[in-house]
Design a protein around this ligand. Sequence first.
Ligand code: SF4
Length: 473
Amino acid sequence: MLHDLQILEDPGSSPGQALDAPKVAAEETPGARRVYLETYGCQMNVSDSEIVAAVLREGGFGLTRDPEAADVVLLNTCAIRDNAEQKVRHRLDFFRARKRKRDEDLKIGVLGCMAERLRHKLLEEEHLVDIVVGPDAYRDLPRLLHETDDTGQAAVNVQLSREETYADIAPVRYDTNGVAAFVSIMRGCDNMCAFCVVPFTRGRERSRPATSILAECAQLVDQGYKEITVLGQNVNSYRHTHDGASVDFAELLYRISLLSPGLRIRYSTSHPKDCSDALLHVHRERPNVCNYIHLPVQHGNTDVLQRMRRTYTRDEYLALVDRARSICPGISLSTDIIAGFCGETEDEHRDTLSLLARVRYDHAFMFMYSERPETYAARKYTDDVPLAVKKRRLSEIIALQTRISLENNQQEIGRIHTVLVEGPSRRSDAQLCGRTDSNKMTVFDRQDFEKGQYVRVRITGCTSATLLGEAVV
Ligand code: SF4
């Protein structure tokens, strides 16, 4: 196994998918030419980089975790926010300077969402890169690398597909702790939320065959993985039909849960409109489907939700929350919030605060609205909330949610949770960390426990983000 994966920027198709820390794989692979692959953005991009790594290995390329040792540098990019794009541009400038000054044979490529969105700019106006490959064209990567070698010209494939799911490609896993893995089950999105660039960069929604998903999950179980997060831009709209038989998301999750009682299953990221009662009953009935749902609401006011084209009202969302809690008592909920969307009034902002107070999420990903080119909002609305007002509203949202998260965590004190150990805690080797079923990071003394073990932990303290505890033996 392998090479280099760094998550350098956060949000994904929905901010709820955001990863907060860089990941670097420990191992490298040999090959005639070595590729350094750097990944920005969300868990879907991590999953895509695992596919890219498999395609490159099949094509005879080695992978390195040292950019200085690389013949080819590939950046797998995120376009969801302007600052994500700016980081990639700075990184491109850095590698271009190296190429210009001392490494003229170096090839530089942009993959993923920015490739799809900015292909003309990157290639023609700015002459920044040698290879541009969209999210549905990764199979073409080895050919494009050879083409740019042979011709000295930039090579590009940004064709979006209605079928491509990479179902037959066995991803190269970056997660060297062997505990948790991502499995991509669908691609693209048909929802066209007004603020979101994903339908333009990732194309139409399509689901991968259930048989290939179950085979990949079974292989992960055989390899000793203990947790699978199934991924999609709108994961719970999954539906695949074969020979007249249809499998929806609830059914798929149920079947995955049967693979092993020792396997925990999570998913990201869902849309409230696709959170069916059947899905909630799978949460209730299957002990290894985590009692946790990330349920992005985005805003607390119905008029704003309509402007966002989210397809539900505040009341419908709250009714869904009530239904989830009645079918799955104790279920943990998290969400995404956008502050300062186009036309947001002070009263509408207060509706977001009151929704947070009503739902009392355990956690939220909270962002200021930033306009993305081509989106419905960019074409139809004015980004008219002043920056200072956006910042103040966001800080009010964060302050309220931080207090709620802390109060929720304080209620955990004295309870016992089963924690899947992920490894040493960030602060001390003498402590381990892992997540509860409800997705709360928990830290406790190491004793003789190891990563990959399930440990019963009594909660003894907390912050707003972390539970502290002691193992119950
Ligand atoms: S559901 Fe909306 S926010 Fe999520 S990826 Fe699709 S368009 Fe974007």
